[in-house]
Design a protein around this ligand. Structure first.
Ligand SMILES: [Zn+2]
Length: 138
């Protein structure tokens, strides 16, 4: 009878839907993590490793993450930095999400975000101006 068979089928469908929802929520775990607020941080290396002079990352607990980096864990780049005996310091932090980290990474210009490098740059300019002045006087 159609009426009798419809009811159990619906019940089964509901159960299946519930299972699917549960699975989807599990799979969506990453998406939810994107909304987790944490700290976006910028590491400045004491010297460049190939072309890399900075590392931009995200951490829910910054201190733990920095500790990991110091041990050469947590990211490939900070691992090779440690192996190359290059030191780093955390020069800037922002409160934000992984999305914000992504936005900053997409700029591909960590140097312009770095207070150390901006300072260096203005020092370079001063030196350049001073040299130019000296040359002019000669
Ligand atoms: Zn820098």
């Amino acid at each position: 009878m159609p009426l009798h068979s419809t009811a159990p089928r619906n019940a089964a469908a509901t159960t299946a839907a519930a299972i699917i929802t549960a699975q989807t929520e599990k799979q969506a775990g990453y998406k939810k993590r994107k909304d987790v607020k944490g700290t976006v941080y910028l590491l400045h290396f004491s010297q460049k490793y190939h072309h890399a002079g900075h590392y931009l990352g995200f951490a829910e607990t910054l201190e733990n993450r920095l500790e990991q980096h110091r041990k050469g864990q947590g990211a490939r780049l900070t691992q090779v930095i440690k192996d190359a005996d290059i030191e780093f310091e955390c020069v800037r932090t922002w409160e934000g999400t992984r999305d914000f980290e992504r936005q900053l990474k997409n700029r591909h210009d960590a140097r312009s975000l770095c207070p150390n490098c901006r300072q260096e740059r203005s020092e370079e300019k001063k030196t350049w101006r001073a040299n130019r002045k000296t040359q002019g006087e000669n």
